[in-house]
Design a protein around this ligand. Structure first.
Ligand code: ADP
Length: 184
């Protein structure tokens, strides 16, 4: 059974790697960014509420995110495992997730931190050119990452055995290393 929480700055390559690993292991890839972008394009109530935050590079409020993740992790396809990409992004979300996983009897997850230096992340995000990737918004997302999400590294280090992988290698090399770490 594989349950993985993926941590790392925006642009670390979490999405690409999470998708590869999830396909390989035949488990769902749960990307909160993808779910939000879908909600936005469908103009659901969640999408409408989330839009202004996403456009500015700010975090969507914890409450909305927590409801969304609780609903997703309660669906049947998650019984075989999952890779969570983009959640938690705040210590509050991490505390919520810990409690949720305990309730769902799924509290055996691995936490993997994909490490990439700041300069590399900025370059990658600028090259990617997604709609929410203007320079100003990218810099704001990095700032938000540093102040609100990076503290999760200490949070998980003190609870679990936080696993770290060097994300500053070729895609293939990162995949190989991640597979090793997840299987260990
Ligand atoms: P990236 O690929 O840059 O890491 P994502 O695709 O994961 O970005 O997320 C895009 C946007 O969706 C974020 O900038 C944020 O506004 C919102 N978002 C995604 N996950 C969360 C979360 N767990 N908490 C708050 N906001 C989130």
């Amino acid at each position: 059974m594989t349950r993985v929480i993926f941590l790392g700055p925006p642009g670390a390559g979490k999405g690409t790697q999470a998708k590869t690993l999830a396909d390989d292991l035949n488990i769902p890839h749960i990307s909160t960014g993808d779910i939000l972008r879908q909600a936005l394009s469908d103009q659901t109530p969640l999408g409408v509420k989330a839009q202004s935050y996403m456009d500015k590079g700010e975090l969507v409020p914890d409450k909305l995110m927590e409801e969304m993740v609780q609903e997703r992790l309660s669906q049947v396809d998650t019984k075989s495992g999952w890779i969570l990409d983009g959640f938690p992004r705040t210590v509050n979300q991490a505390v919520f997730l810990e409690e949720l996983l305990r309730k769902l009897n799924q509290h055996d997850e691995k936490v993997v931190n994909l490490e990439v230096p700041d300069e590399i992340v900025v370059t990658r995000l600028l090259e990617r050119g997604r709609k929410d990737d203007s320079k100003e918004v990218i810099l704001r997302r990095l700032e938000v990452y540093r102040s609100q999400t990076a503290p999760l590294i200490d949070f998980y280090s003190s609870r679990h055995n936080l696993l770290s992988v060097n994300g500053n290698q070729s895609l293939e090399e990162v995949t190989v290393e991640l597979k090793k770490v997840i299987a260990s």
